[in-house]
Design a protein around this ligand. Structure first.
Ligand code: CP
Length: 351
């Protein structure tokens, strides 16, 4: 895994259409993209040929099923070429440290790797997860910003420490399709769920920001110990206020689910996993009853069950939920393909 000890870089101020967080989109672009994704899902031509001759470079520092295959599929549908690299597994292991004396295992510095890939491709998609140990670097998304600083073509964040914009846009498109174009007044519960491991915050951060951006009423339901980052919560509150929505917090999962339109389940370690991993593990183990059950879903207003996947059955959510009438997680995963076609067209200025 890359080190996170290098200084976080500042926001990249170029005219490149980097997509590092959903906040990189203007309101007009955000609405156009979620609508475009819905159109792509219905488009029998599959966007064929609209990006013919373009080339997409994909770099995965961490495992993926959906993001990798849906980005490759999106490029194929649009007629673009793609290359996928896994550093250290078929391509050179990368050094991230500025000024490093590279006498260890890493054969290539990220500066050269991203610089070269920028010469070959018209956009780069990069996945690089949180360190899980350096909170300051993770909250500032230091690694994906380093990538953007070294790239000379647009960079699409395929999940970083703090954000997963492709997931957010896909989720917004699914919500638009299911609940209507105007999502103001619709309610979503972002529910913490149990997990054997302390998971990072990119997805819950993005799910919260996505719902706020759509003007929804969001309740973050979680045990007392598993708050999200307070600055992130304040930012989401501000976004929701501007969009006619709201953000509230609850430690009562049952009450939060009452009459909800959506239950979005996700596990996260929260700031506590950085501050006191032992206490976080104990608290996580003590809240196994936060698993998503049919009884919980029955409290909703015929609510949709969402999860970004992968999901651990009967730990995060029961089989009865995942195989039952509330389940929307496969549609949600399918939307990755359609949303990323819209996203690539945006990044390449094709609409
Ligand atoms: N939701 C998501 O990003 O899935 P993968 O980790 O499989 O890409």
């Amino acid at each position: 895994m890359p080190s996170t000890s290098s200084s976080p870089t500042s926001d990249t101020t170029t005219d490149l259409r980097h997509v590092l967080r959903i906040d990189d989109f203007s309101d007009a672009t955000w609405d156009a993209l979620r609508r475009s994704a819905v159109v792509h899902r219905r488009d029998e031509t599959r966007g064929a040929g609209t990006a013919a001759g373009r080339s997409l470079g994909l770099v995965f520092m961490n495992p993926s099923l959906r993001t990798r295959t849906s980005m490759e599929g999106a490029a194929a549908h649009l007629g673009a070429h793609h290359t996928t690299l896994v550093p250290g597994d078929g391509s050179w292991g990368l050094e991230w440290e500025e000024g490093a004396v590279m006498d260890g295992d890493a054969a290539e510095h990220v500066k050269e790797a991203i610089g070269v890939l920028s010469r070959y491709h018209d956009a780069l998609g990069v996945r690089v997860f949180a360190s899980g140990t350096n909170y300051a670097a993770d909250t500032q998304d230091a690694l994906i910003r380093t990538i953007a600083d070294h790239a000379t073509v647009p960079v699409v964040n395929l999940e970083s420490a703090w954000a997963h914009p492709c997931q957010g846009l896909s989720d917004a498109a699914l919500l638009t399709e299911r609940l209507g174009d105007d999502l103001t007044g619709k309610s979503v519960v972002l529910s913490w769920a149990p997990h054997p491991k302390p998971l990072p915050m990119a997805v819950p951060n993005t799910a919260l920001r996505t719902a706020a951006r759509c003007g929804m009423d969001v309740t973050v339901a979680r045990p007392e110990t598993h708050a999200l980052d307070p600055d992130l919560m304040a930012e989401a509150q501000s976004v929701a206020d501007a969009q006619g929505g709201s953000v509230t917090t609850s430690t009562d999962q049952d009450a939060a689910a009452e009459d909800a339109d959506v239950v979005y389940a996700k596990s996260w370690g929260g700031p506590l996993m950085y501050e006191d991993p032992t206490q976080e593990a104990e608290a996580r183990a003590a809240h196994a009853d936060w698993r998503i059950t049919e009884a919980l879903m029955a409290r909703t207003r015929d609510g949709a069950f969402m999860h970004c996947l992968p999901v651990r059955r009967n730990v995060v959510a029961d089989d009865a939920v995942l195989d039952g009438p509330h389940a929307a997680h496969l549609d949600q995963a399918e939307y990755r393909l359609h949303a990323q076609k819209a996203l690539l067209q945006h990044v390449w200025g094709l609409h």
